[in-house]
Design a protein. Structure first.
Length: 118
């Protein structure tokens, strides 16, 4: 599986962005797709995840209520809808996927930069 992320950009506080991640290769309903981010000088952190089958969305506390993860099976794409963006959301965002029953994410996209200015 290969993942291709896109959709980052430079926005103002309170703006919205939608990140996309297209998967090539085989996916399963029990695969997990997710988003992580890494800010300068910080470790990569979890943002959101969901089952490819559409259930069990999870979010980091810092984005709960502002970000929404979704997927389009037909397009083999998962999304991160980001609303009410804050400067502390500035980071490189990575999409990821792990296969059924896997504890670790096996596949990673290349990262897309999101910059939020005040």
């Amino acid at each position: 599986v290969q993942l291709q992320a896109s959709g980052g950009g430079s926005v103002q506080t309170g703006d919205s962005l939608r990140l996309s991640c297209v998967a090539s290769g085989r996916t399963f309903s029990s695969s997990v797709v997710g988003w992580f981010r890494q800010a300068p000088g910080k470790e990569r952190e979890f943002v959101a995840s969901m089952l490819w089958g559409g259930q069990t969305a999870r979010y980091a506390d810092s984005v709960e209520g502002r970000f929404t993860i979704s997927r389009d099976i037909r397009k083999k794409t998962h999304y991160l809808h980001m609303n009410s963006l804050k400067p502390e959301d500035t980071a490189v965002y990575f999409c990821a996927m792990k296969g059924p029953g896997r504890n670790e994410y096996d596949y990673w996209g290349q990262g897309t930069q999101v910059t939020v200015s005040s």
